[in-house]
Design a binder for this molecule. Structure first.
Ligand code: APR
Length: 247
């Protein structure tokens, strides 16, 4: 019943919008942050993922980021990413707003992707401002820790991701909030919805009268506000919803 209701809502959506989090990439082998086995159950986010900690000790940041970067660069989209791309191609979603930095939505074919927390696929030099692919930097972490800028030799290379204490990118934030204010169906997938301002997106959508669908492995603080709540794996639930829409 719930997957059918979700399919019905998305089939009729004129301006559907999705918000995703780490859960949509879990089945691609990338650990989530919270919940069972989450990264923040092993590390203190303020110590390893805040801008203050990064600037105080870039080497420590890179030592922790090295493993996560290796896993993310090796990851491939799973059926959940592919289903979201299919919903966009079918006109049921106008965009995917993501908190993820792994790039898997774009690899899966999502065209209009808004990365609220930046991209882990590139690295920028805080000295000269030039960027290079994360894959190139990852390749030299075994011999260069912390990595140095290949353009200017600068000492502080930082992935183009939003760390705790940093602002989200202004253009992406504006676009996400504008879309949320216009959406009629808000599909939330694989996020604990505890980090703001990203979690403002579904709140804005609800305030604009949108109907909300939550697909998550466990309960979220927004479940009571959703018309449809499906507790399950997005890699199984989303393809089922697409099958029901396509009939
Ligand atoms: N399918 C659906 N949901 C899943 C799956 C799955 N296969 N596996 C895990 N989940 C759910 C978990 O139950 C959890 O509620 O995905 C959610 C992931 O929540 P978080 O780990 O908190 O990730 P997210 O909500 O994206 O975190 C937001 O916090 O640390 C910062 O910047 C980081 O972007 C991140 C932000």
């Amino acid at each position: 019943m719930t997957a059918e209701r979700a399919a019905e809502l998305l089939r009729g959506a004129r301006h559907g919008l999705a918000l995703t989090g780490a859960g949509v990439s879990a089945e691609s082998g990338i650990p989530t942050f919270r919940g069972e086995g989450g990264v923040w159950t092993r590390y203190d986010p303020v110590k390893v993922a805040s801008i203050e900690a990064f600037l105080a000790d870039p080497a420590e940041y890179w030592r922790v980021s090295k493993e996560r970067g290796r896993v993310a660069l090796a990851a491939r989209p799973n059926p959940g990413h592919l289903a979201l791309a299919s919903l966009e191609q079918g006109g049921h979603l106008v965009a995917v707003v993501t908190q993820n930095t792994d790039g898997l939505h774009r690899d899966a074919g999502t065209r209009r992707l808004i990365e609220l927390h930046g991209s882990g696929r590139t690295v920028e030099c805080l000295t000269c401002g030039r960027t290079e692919p994360r894959a190139d930097v990852q390749a030299r972490l075994d011999v260069e820790m912390p990595p140095r800028c290949k353009h200017c030799g600068g000492a502080i290379l930082k992935p183009t991701v939003v760390l705790f204490g940093e602002q989200m990118p202004a253009a992406a934030t504006r676009e996400a909030f504008e879309l949320a204010a216009k959406t009629d169906v808000m599909l939330v997938v694989g996020t604990s919805l505890v980090v703001y301002p990203a979690a403002e997106v579904p709140l804005l959508a609800l305030r604009s009268g949108a109907r909300m669908i939550v697909v998550n492995a466990e309960a979220t603080p927004f479940d009571a506000l959703a018309e449809v709540v499906i507790h399950g794996r997005s890699g199984e639930v989303l393809p089922e919803i697409v099958r029901l829409i396509d009939g």
